[in-house]
Unconditional design. Structure first.
Lengths: 477, 262
């Protein structure tokens, strides 16, 4: 293999064998290509040596999608350029980027664009070091998905390289590829495909105009039933004032709050937030986006009334506006996920083999109260600690089991299967915000419908018959 | 107890573009917020009011949009905000800014205690508080890290002076500049934020001040003029080393030993 492009895995590259899930894999070699030509060279070398390829971005995934199971690691972090920006005749703002651009850099680059208006890319899975390629591969959603939807809605086109080194430009939503591959819209396979069908070498993103007004509000509840009651009212509330919409509604239990509070003194983005009252049993974060300050304020007033009816102390709420201040509350929410990941990292040092036991579940058609009670009772019955946070709309929760030892970890693995079965009829089709990867594969396979599984297997057979790309993700090959 | 807090609206981010004539930062189009060092000053005033009763007001100098910083203070619980805003005040340095604020505070009432933050994130001088005290002929303590006790006629506080912490008792009226570490400031509450938008800000112009000679304010009243604002040039680049764990540890130890850190 070429000396300057491909490196054998030694001590220096150990950190590339893992991601935020703390699942650890193995590989023979790694490369950091800077352009398509270098990717092509790496692919050719891997093919020659009979190796498979695992694609990596920011290694921020929590499902082990970028954790190698042998072969070669294709790390795209050096493909991090914003290449062009244009406005179409239809008024679309299109930004073309390489897949290794992080969300943090993307935000910075968008700010520098020569556009008359302030723009943004809506997918926000809250981890700023995640790469655009990773977000696309998982079709991530994030905090404001209830208003903006998932990542694929904001991807106009992708350029994909196959195992022969051939690149194809795919306009998302275009069905012209059907005759060739038998797949109606091949972009849908790649977006959310977890790198199992080829490597995305370029993406054209759809940017939106930034909402003029953004408010972030934290409501604290002294008992959980009050939080559930507020959540129900939020979901049922249909009289949104014109010009303002709820973009995020996030639930957080006390265990999650405690974990954040513990990390707060050492987390620069949130260390200047005051302590959450020890009386708070749960918190709900609501973000309102709108074009008009009066409309957003009116909405906030209505939410306050609603919260007071659920016994929220109005003066104890936190309310901020503007991107800069809202970012602090988003950082608080992001620390929830990070705290759970760090807990696992810490315990895995004592008990190697422990990795993330988090779920990505929709409990559609059930109340938040019944879902949270079910998870807590189930964890308690089995002697497990659990923290629960996640999106209120769709009851899309992220319960994280926090094992103290290997025995609890194995118990947790079983319990999560039970939870997945209880979540809804077709969870595998709906709960892929974080990807399935390797960590959530067992749960996915235990709940996915036969039809969906067959469809994925067929797509894999069509687009990657040799099983070259990201082996071990999502399905058994 | 009557407390006044001096606050400033500053750009959240700035690329350092300046007005070549006035030597001041060009603020048009920049996202602005209350100076972060002022937040603990507001918090100190609110806590003193909660303990001792009375009022906590804020004063700021700037263009009319600086009223937004005062509304931020309202949302935290401040009683009344005063904005010193007049074309004559623009381009002011420490001397003219402190004089303007001192004039405004003097005209608005008799305050027992005036509180400033340690510095601003744009001007960065950290001298306005002391200068206001000088104009008002009242005692001053900077670097205040704690309020130890409070009496009807005085306040006892802890002050950090270079390498030592001292306890100081000051009679009212007096002025203190608080360190950022004194308190973590409270968040704005939702009712506070909603009410703040509707609450009026008292605008003070040159004509409202006791001394309304324009020569004493703004650029004319300033003793200094900024020639140029520019980001410091990076002259030293840290090398990035990719080493295995054992070599990395040895390398770090070598650096620490060479710098006499260990």
């Amino acid at each position: 293999m070429g000396r300057s492009l491909i490196f054998p895995i030694d001590d220096k590259y150990q950190s590339y064998l893992s991601d935020e899930s703390h699942l650890t894999g193995f590989a023979d070699s790694i490369s950091f290509p800077g352009n398509e030509e270098e990717i092509r060279t790496v692919i050719a070398q891997a093919r020659k040596s009979g190796q498979s390829i695992t694609i990596q971005g920011g290694k921020t995934g929590i499902a082990g999608g970028a954790v190698p199971q042998g072969g070669h690691i294709l790390n795209l972090s050096n493909m991090n350029q914003v290449t062009s920006f244009r406005t179409t005749e239809e008024g679309l703002f299109l930004l073309t980027v390489e897949p290794g651009v992080t969300l943090l850099d993307l935000t910075r680059e968008i700010k520098k664009l020569d556009a008359k208006e302030e723009l943004f890319w809506p997918p926000d899975p809250t981890e700023p070091s995640a790469t655009v390629g990773g977000v696309a591969a998982c079709n991530s959603r994030g905090l404001t998905a209830s208003l903006y939807g998932d990542a694929k809605k904001y991807i106009y086109a992708v350029r994909v390289m196959d195992a022969d080194g051939k690149t194809t430009e795919i306009i998302c939503g275009n069905q012209s590829g059907k005759a060739q591959s038998g797949i109606a819209d091949v972009s849908k396979v790649h977006l959310g495909g977890e790198g199992m069908f080829g490597v995305i070498t370029e993406l054209t993103l759809i940017l939106l105009r930034k909402p003029r007004e953004i408010w972030g509000i934290c409501f604290f509840f002294s008992c959980e039933p009050d939080a559930f009651s507020f959540a129900e009212r939020l979901v049922l509330y249909v009289e949104e004032p014109l010009g303002a919409k709820i973009a995020a509604a996030e639930y957080m239990d006390r265990m999650t709050i405690d974990m954040i509070e513990e990390r707060k003194p050492n987390t620069s983005s949130i260390k200047e937030l005051p302590d959450v009252s020890p009386d708070a049993a749960a918190m709900i974060y609501v973000e309102i986006h709108g074009a008009d300050e009066a409309a957003v304020e009116k909405y906030a007033e209505e939410l306050l009334e609603m919260a007071e009816a659920c016994h929220v102390a109005a003066d104890a709420t936190w309310a901020v506006s503007g991107e800069y201040e809202v970012e602090k509350l988003r950082a608080f929410r992001h620390t929830a996920a990070e705290s759970a990941n760090l807990y696992i990292e810490k315990i895995s040092h004592t008990y190697p083999g422990i990795c993330k036991l988090g779920m990505d579940m929709n409990f559609n058609g059930q109340s938040l109260a019944s879902v949270v009670s079910y998870i807590k009772e189930s964890a308690e019955k089995n002697g497990l600690k659990v923290c629960i946070f996640g999106h209120i709309f769709g009851n899309h929760l992220h319960p994280n089991i926090l094992p103290d030892n290997l025995e609890q970890f194995h118990k947790g693995q079983e319990i999560i299967l039970e939870w997945a079965a209880a979540s809804n009829k077709n969870p595998g089709e709906q709960n892929r915000e974080h990807g399935i990867g390797k960590v959530k594969k067992q749960v996915f396979l235990s709940t996915v419908t036969e039809g969906t599984l067959q469809q994925i297997e067929q797509q894999k057979k069509t687009l990657d018959p040799r099983g070259f790309w990201n082996p071990g993700n999502m399905i058994d090959t | 107890m009557k407390t006044a807090v001096c606050i400033k609206q500053v750009p959240v981010f700035s690329d350092g573009k300046m007005d070549p004539e006035k030597g001041v930062i060009l603020r048009d189009g920049l996202v602005s917020a209350m100076n972060v060092y002022d937040l603990p000053a507001v918090e100190t005033a609110l806590r003193l009011r909660e303990e001792a009763g009375g009022t906590a007001d804020v004063f700021s100098m700037g263009p009319l949009q600086a009223a937004d910083a005062i509304r931020e203070a309202y949302a935290m619980g401040i009683d009344q905000g005063y904005l010193l805003s007049d074309h004559a005040f623009s381009g002011a340095d420490v001397l003219a800014t402190s004089y303007t604020l001192a004039q405004g505070i003097k005209g608005a009432g008799k305050y027992d205690l005036i509180i400033c933050g340690r510095q601003t994130t744009d001007g960065d001088t950290g001298q306005v508080g002391a200068a206001i005290a000088q104009w008002l002929h009242i005692p001053y303590a900077g670097g205040v890290t704690a309020i130890i006790s409070r009496k009807p006629d005085s306040i006892t506080l802890q002050q950090r002076l270079d390498d030592e912490q001292v306890t100081v008792k000051m009679s009212y009226p007096c002025l203190i500049a608080v360190d950022r570490s004194i308190y973590i400031s409270r968040m704005k509450s939702l009712p506070g934020k909603i009410a703040a938008r509707k609450k009026g800000v008292a605008i003070i112009t040159l004509q409202d001040l006791e001394d309304h000679d324009p020569q004493h304010y703004g650029l004319s009243g300033s003793a200094t003029k900024v020639e140029k604002i520019y980001p410091p040039e990076r002259t030293h680049k840290e090398p990035i080393m990719c080493l295995n764990t054992a070599d990395a540890v040895n390398e770090i130890m070598k650096i620490l030993e060479n710098s006499k850190a260990v």
